[in-house]
Design a protein around this ligand. Structure first.
Ligand code: NAP
Ligand code: F7E
Length: 335
């Protein structure tokens, strides 16, 4: 039997790498869409996953997506590509709308144009708990109304509704996973968990004396990225196309994250952390907490890694990385 073929946008990101690993282990032929003349993150991916094939393309460029779908002829498309760092979405709101929002339209159109109205290509959209924003209820479910608080959240809401609309308009197997924060040693250094794990490692090794952070009171539902990519695959393997909330069902504050991370290295966070008002956001999402019941009952999916274990894993990984002389900004040494 021929192997199933998957096309992943955003393959050079955190989730793209874990998803590629997972799909390869399931026997898929995995293709990644990569942009730019010489994307430096591709070499990292090559070292990690020699078996991934690459197609050039950009979510800003409709023709390139049509060509990629025509060339790869995928059974499944996972749209993970995005401007994903929330603060950047205020600085470059238009770019965020184009990549994170309109990019979804371009990818869906590429599928529709190449495979027609009766497309059998299954489509996964990386929706986000940021769409809940100023939450209307806790925990958040598939039925909780959206109130996004950043240009990123607004762009994701557009992509979410568009995916639903293509399902209803064209009968496409198009689904959204509403994923809550998920982290790993491969997380970008700008996100708070990795900023903290790297900060702790630098302090522990005598490479830094302090760590400046923004809002310590914000609460998030943090899980392990490796678990969350399994959920993406399960959604596209289901009998019916449906959207799912994916999270742990627990919530911690940034303050608790900091306490756990410094504690994992035997340090007291209060000796090193400086709360910096200039790092606060124009509009904050104060509290996120998933109700993943639908995913548990219909997909059999569950988060496996407790918060403290995840944070310890990240701190240990960054201690090893820096001890070995690795440079997290060069993306040179993914575990
Ligand atoms: P990430 O590490 O920031 O990766 C983003 C990816 O998007 C990178 O591979 C980047 O590729 C690609 N990209 C950026 N601009 C592009 C463009 N114009 N065309 C094509 N690709 C482009 O993000 P992640 O954490 O893996 O998240 C994956 C997806 O899930 C994102 O859509 C994110 O918004 C969403 N999400 C993430 C979380 C989370 O907690 N991680 C939660 C909910 C939803 P380059 O190498 O070319 O820059
Ligand atoms: O912030 C607070 C900050 O940048 C988490 C993306 O993957 O998850 C991610 O978005 C919280 C916020 O992630 C710092 O104010 C305090 O309340 O790690 P973050 P995020 O904004 O929740 C969602 C689900 C996505 O979809 C996104 O793509 O931490 N915080 N001090 C800080 N955050 C950062 N980055 N840096 C600080 O110094």
């Amino acid at each position: 039997m021929l192997a199933k073929r998957a096309l992943i946008t955003g393959i050079t990101g955190q989730d793209g790498s874990y998803l590629a690993e997972h799909l390869l282990s399931e026997g898929y032929e995995v293709w990644g869409l990569v942009r730019g003349q010489a994307n430096p993150r591709v070499s990292r991916l090559r070292r990690l996953l020699g078996d991934v094939r690459l197609a050039r393309g950009d979510l800003l460029d409709q023709g390139s997506l049509i060509s990629a779908v025509e060339r790869v002829r995928p059974d499944e498309v996972y749209n993970l590509g995005a401007i994903s760092f929330v603060p950047m979405s205020w600085e470059q709101a238009e770019l965020t709308a184009e990549v994170t929002g309109m990019g979804v339209l371009r990818m869906l159109e590429a599928i529709r144009v190449i495979s027609g109205a009766s497309s059998t290509i299954r489509f996964y959209q990386a929706s986000s708990s940021e769409m809940f924003g100023q939450v209307r209820e806790t925990p958040q479910t598939e039925r909780t109304p959206f109130h996004p608080r950043s240009p990123y959240g607004v762009a994701k809401a557009y992509g979410h509704f568009l995916t639903q609309n293509y399902r209803e308009s064209y009968g496409m197997f198009a689904v959204s996973g509403i994923l809550f924060n998920h982290e790993s040693p491969r997380r970008g250094a700008e996100f708070v968990t990795r900023k903290v794990s790297l900060g702790v490692a630098r302090i522990k090794l005598g490479l830094a004396a302090e760590l400046r952070l923004g809002n310590l009171e914000a609460r998030r539902d943090w899980g392990f990225a490796g678990d969350y990519v399994r959920a993406m695959h399960l959604m596209l393997s289901a009998d019916k196309p449906e959207d799912y909330v994916i999270g742990t069902g627990r919530t911690q504050s940034v303050r608790e994250l900091v306490e756990a991370a410094f504690g994992a290295a035997g340090l007291n966070w209060q000796d090193y952390v400086i709360a910096d008002q200039s790092l606060h956001r124009p509009a904050e999402v104060d509290l996120l907490c998933a109700d993943p019941k639908k995913a548990r009952t219909q997909l059999g999916w569950e988060a496996t890694m407790p918060f403290e274990e995840l944070i310890s894993l990240m701190v240990e990984s960054d201690l090893r990385l820096l001890t070995d002389g690795g440079d997290p900004d060069q993306d040179s040494s993914w575990p």
